[in-house]
Design a protein. Sequence first.
Length: 330
Amino acid sequence: MADQQEGSGEGGKRFYQQQQLETEELASKMVFIQNKRFYLDVKQNRRGRFIKIAEVTPGGNKNRLTLSMPIANEFRNILGDFIEHYATLGPTNPEAPPDERRHSLKSERITRENKRYFLDLKENDRGRFLRVRQQQAFNNYNQDGRPVNPPQIALPAQGMVEFRDALTGLIDEYGQDIADQLELPQSHVIGNRRSKQFFLDVGRNQRGVFLRITEQTRYYRSAITVPEKYWKEFAGIFKDKDNEMQEYNSQMEKSKPSEDADMSEIGDGMNTMKLEGETNGELRDGEGDERRRTSDYDEEVVQAAAMNNSENNGKDDTSSTPATVVAGAD
C-alpha cells in the first residue's frame, strides 16, 4: 500500500513538473498603481497563449487572474468603457451611507470559453476601484477550513488607463493574430442560478470547433463537448422531441373537458339524491333548525317543572316532620 501511495505521489509530481516545463513565459510587464504592483505575464502551453495577472499588495498578499488571449482582448475593450464612465463621475462623497456606497457604479460580464468574469466599478473609503472576479463552480477551502477567495483582482480606478496600455502592448505583440480571428457565436445561459443553469459555449481547438454544454448547480458541475459535425443531428432530435411534446400536451388538454364532464355528472347525481331524500320525508332546508329550537324549548320547560316539583316536595317533607314528632310526644 505504501509503495502504491509513493508511486501515485511520484506520478502526480511528474505530471506537475511536466506541466511546468510545457508552460513557457514569453513576456512580462509590471505596473505600479498607488501602493500595489500588477504583473502581466504572457505565457504559452499546448492549449495556447494566455495572460496571467498577479496583484501584489504592500503586505505581500497575491491575487491572481488568468485570461486567454481572446478573453484578454475582450477585457481590454470593456476596460475602455469603464475608463470613459469613470471620467464622467463626480468626486466621491465620504458622507454617503454605507449601503449606498456598496452598490456598483458600473457592471459588466464576460462570458466566453466556458468561463465567466464579472467586472464591477465600486467605491469604498480608500476610493474607487475595478474588481474583476472569475466565477467558480465550487467554493474551495484551505486546510484550516477557511474558504479560498475566487480568482480576482482589485484595480484602482486611477490606474485603469495605465493598466489598459500595458495590456494593449502585450496583446498587440503576442496575441493580435488570435484576437483578429473571426468571432465565434456568443455564449448563452439557460436556467436559474438558484436552481440549475446550462451554459452553452462555442470554442475552438486543434481538432476544430465544438459546443460545450455545462450543467451547473450549487453543488456540482458537469459538461459534455459536442463537435460541430454533430450539431445538426442534435438539433434535429431536439426539434422532433419538441414537436412530440407539443402533440402530447395538446392531447392532455383535450382530455381535460371529459374529466370536467365526469365531475359535473357526479355533482348532478349528488343533487338528485338530495331531492329524493326530501321527497321521502327527510328534513327540508330550515325544518331541522325549527325542530331543533322547539325541542330545546321543550327540554327547558321540562327541566324547570322538575325543579319546581323537587322544591315543593322538600317543603311538604319539612312540614310533616314536626307533626310526627308531636304525635310521638303525646
